[in-house]
Ligand binder design. Structure first.
Ligand SMILES: Nc1ncnc2c1ncn2[C@@H]1O[C@H](COP(=O)(O)OP(=O)(O)OP(=O)(O)O)[C@@H](O)[C@H]1O
Length: 290
């Protein structure tokens, strides 16, 4: 299912959470939606998932608006930290209730994941710890088998080993039943190797939407004697620089970066991580990279 965002914007009273931009997301991709606190990620996801109405512009899912549109919504599942289950229900009943909404629901996936996360179907949703609630939400997201599955910071309270289990299962699910996953997270280093495309928001604006490998290829960390580093980076866009005792390390960003030339000048080079790019590209000063 193609997601088309056309001049989409959202105001909350006088606060403009999202400023108009266009974005198209194709079929069967794992997308990382990144940005600092308050950048507008949840607002964007809620409009994609038809939970809230845009103030202007539109989201089209295969040409249809998702808001109040059952036809579209049965193919979108959004899992966020704020999922709260009807606490009187047992896990089995929670799953039964949500499964009715999703035509491609996989009970087999649900049961497998409950076992993986050590959850029992007869357990009451009332007694779940934060991490267990998150594990149940993730189970629902993965078992929904919806064409678009959105995870908005889904793993509050989950320990590192449970999170890594989630990443493994997500990849396995993606390989067996390809679909679009959109993941918004602040734990970027943990999960960025799963991302095929990155959507980066800054202050309600779309900063960039690119394949992860293309974005990474636009960055270079160059280190060595300050004089040589300055010669190499002259005229280039510097995201970050640090110098100590004549040795300098600079992070540059742009097209046509040439690691071989840097090496020939005696400098060492490495690519930046997605997390570093998110941090430095979204710094407060007014830079736009789209
Ligand atoms: N219901 C609301 N009423 C008023 N303002 C809101 C509401 N929801 C979000 N906002 C504001 O809109 C902006 C974007 O919020 P949003 O939750 O989309 O950001 P985010 O990128 O998901 O942030 P975080 O990473 O902290 O979760 C913020 O300034 C926030 O305060």
């Amino acid at each position: 299912m193609k997601i088309e965002i056309q001049q989409l914007e959202k105001h909350y009273g006088s606060k403009q959470a999202l400023k108009p931009f266009n974005l198209t997301i194709g079929n069967e991709k794992i997308i990382g939606l990144l940005g600092r606190n308050g950048a507008g990620k949840t607002t964007l996801l809620q409009m994609m998932a038809g939970h809230i109405k845009p103030s202007g512009g539109q989201v089209l899912i295969n040409g249809e608006k998702p808001f109040n549109n059952r036809n579209v919504l049965q193919h979108i599942c959004m899992i966020s930290e704020a999922n709260n289950f009807k606490r009187k229900l047992k896990i089995r009943e929670v799953l039964k209730t949500v499964s009715r909404f999703y035509p491609n629901w996989s009970q087999e996936t649900a049961e497998r994941l409950l076992k993986t996360f050590n959850l029992s179907p007869s357990q009451s949703a009332k007694g779940l710890s934060k991490g267990m609630e998150s594990a149940l939400s993730i189970t629902i997201g993965l078992a929904s088998h919806t064409t678009i599955t959105i995870f908005d910071e889904p793993y509050i309270g989950m320990d590192a080993s449970a999170r890594y289990t989630f990443y493994d299962i997500l990849l396995e699910e993606y390989e067996i039943h390809p679909r679009t996953f959109i993941i918004s997270t602040h734990l970027i280093d943990e999960v960025s190797n799963l991302f095929e495309e990155i959507v980066l928001l800054k202050d309600g604006n779309l900063l960039t939407h690119e394949p992860a490998d293309v974005l990474l290829a636009k960055s270079l960390q160059v280190s060595g004697p300050a004089v040589q580093v300055d010669r190499f980076t002259e005229g280039k866009q510097v995201l970050h620089a640090a110098e100590i005792m004549g040795q300098k390390s600079v992070m540059i960003f742009g097209d046509d970066l040439d690691p071989a030339r840097a090496k020939a000048m005696g400098l060492s080079t490495e690519r930046c991580s997605i997390q570093e790019l998110m941090v430095y590209l979204t710094e407060k000063e007014e830079k736009m990279y789209v």
